[in-house]
Write a new protein. Structure first.
Length: 87
């Protein structure tokens, strides 16, 4: 992946999210796509830690969240992620 920044923050300011992709998905880019700031994938650690009872559960949720947000970068929407078991 090019031009993507991965961040870790405590929590989303208004929603209880594990992660968030912000940018223009590869499937939405045109030949004139240039000069944009990097896309961002933000992982929110506190909601993940709150749901996890063990280190392994936290690790698994981080992996699932990263895969989910990277999928959005590649243009895969939530409905398709749900079909694939990654929602």
């Amino acid at each position: 992946m090019d031009n993507v920044v991965v961040l870790v923050e405590d929590r989303h300011p208004t929603e209880n999210l594990y992660g968030l992709y912000h940018g223009v998905a590869l499937t939405e880019r045109t030949s004139t796509y240039a000069g944009y700031l990097p896309d961002t994938i933000t992982i929110y650690r506190r909601p993940i830690l709150a749901m996890a009872h063990t280190v392994d559960e936290a690790r698994d949720q981080v992996a699932t969240t990263v895969i989910h947000e990277v999928a959005h970068h590649f243009g895969i929407d939530d409905d398709r992620l749900d079909e694939l078991g990654w929602a």
